[in-house]
Design a protein around this ligand. Structure first.
Ligand SMILES: Nc1ncnc2c1ncn2[C@@H]1O[C@H](COP(=O)(O)OP(=O)(O)OP(=O)(O)O)[C@@H](O)[C@H]1O
Length: 352
């Protein structure tokens, strides 16, 4: 097993801090049988051809990221929040500013995707950058704005939605919920009813389609051809990088939802990924990361996951929006459930 308890813990719908911590593997009765080894070097930031000055910058940045993840950076408690001190100051060079008359989304889009019109055909350019934000709502907004900037013909893919016959009280549910209601559902892990695509867009798979061919949940691709019921794309991350693949529409059912029936959606298992949620970015390495925080992150490890996606300090830009008057402009919340670290004693240190 490999893992990092500074990262986002299991997601428990409506769960409290205790529920989330209790659901973690280190709280299992099996944990006492696990021998823990620790990796000591941040390989994502490592670079062979570095000068001593650059090495120093890397090691300081690496320490800042670890201290942030461990909840060890100096933090302030802000009145009105809980007793814990969770607000931290973001170093000036990592902060992005936005003029009063500028739309913050446009500002971060321009900073992370400079000269988009000259570069949207360039796979390397697209692979190397991404905007991260805590919630799907902002992520969808950013992606819509970015897609609109690409001067290519759009093709719209509508999902075909129905109620699974395996639903409890199926007959009743079929009578109660109409097609429009089914189409309007936005569920975690399920693509939306309407998917607007263009050739050249960066997209991410949201399902494990064929892991041995490198087509996993989270794999990023560039769309190369839009067919009536499927698309063709080139893989740009992971073990399948460079491959040309065909992505069909598949049946997707949410593993968990608030609905009183099981939704059955037939749609392409992809999402446009100029921007993605911080949770979805867990596991990705990205050279130019823009973190858009219209509100602070809200759960353990979210800020750490976001800042640790980057491969260099200069590739990280954070845009904060002022949420409360009591909060200085360069502060944001870093939530760390420190109790998660309580039983993590390594047997020895090894290098990666
Ligand atoms: N032994 C190694 N030598 C050199 N580079 C490595 C080594 N291991 C990993 N890397 C590089 O470090 C980066 C991060 O690796 P990887 O994604 O496997 O780490 P991870 O622990 O899964 O990260 P995270 O959990 O934070 O997403 C990648 O760019 C990878 O190529």
């Amino acid at each position: 097993m490999g893992g990092d308890f500074r990262q986002i813990l299991p997601v428990i719908r409506g769960g409290s801090r205790e529920d989330i911590v209790r659901a973690s593997i280190s709280k299992s009765y099996l944990w006492k049988h696990v021998r823990l080894f620790q990796l000591t070097e941040n390989m994502r930031l490592a670079n062979e051809n570095t000068s001593p000055a650059e090495k120093k910058t890397i090691s300081e940045f690496s320490k800042w990221i670890l201290d942030l993840g461990n909840g060890k950076l100096p933090a302030k408690a802000i009145r009105g929040e809980d007793d814990e001190a969770t607000w931290i100051q973001i170093p000036e060079d990592l902060l992005m500013t936005c003029e009063d008359d500028q739309d913050p989304i446009e500002a971060i889009a321009d900073a992370i995707y400079p000269d988009l019109i000259d570069n949207y055909n360039n796979k390397k350019y697209l692979r190397e950058r991404c905007i991260l934000s805590p919630k799907n709502e902002e992520v969808d907004k950013i992606n819509d704005i970015m897609v609109a900037k690409i001067p290519r013909k759009e093709r719209v893919y509508y999902s075909s939605d129905s109620i699974s016959p395996l639903s409890m009280d199926f007959a009743n549910a079929e009578m109660t919920y109409n097609q429009e209601y089914l189409n309007s559902q936005k569920l975690s892990g399920v693509p939306n009813h309407i998917l607007r695509l263009k050739v050249g867009l960066p997209v991410m798979l949201t399902r494990n389609l064929n892991p041995s061919a490198g087509l996993c949940n989270g794999t990023r691709l560039i769309v190369t051809l839009l067919k009536k019921r499927s698309i063709q794309a080139t893989v740009v991350t992971g073990t399948g990088a460079g491959r040309k693949v065909s992505i069909p529409r598949i049946v997707i059912q949410p593993t968990e939802s608030h609905l009183p029936f099981i939704l059955r959606r037939v749609q392409l298992p992809i999402k446009v990924c100029f921007a993605m949620t911080i949770n979805k970015s867990q596991g990705q390495s990205i050279d130019n990361v823009g973190i858009y925080l219209p509100k602070p992150t809200f759960t353990h490890g979210q800020l750490y996951v976001a800042v640790s996606r980057t491969t260099s300090r200069k590739g990280l830009k954070i845009l904060l929006e002022k949420t409360k008057d009591a909060v200085p402009e360069d502060y944001t919340q870093n939530i760390v459930y420190k109790e998660i670290f309580s039983n993590l004693k390594p047997v020895s240190a090894v290098t990666n």
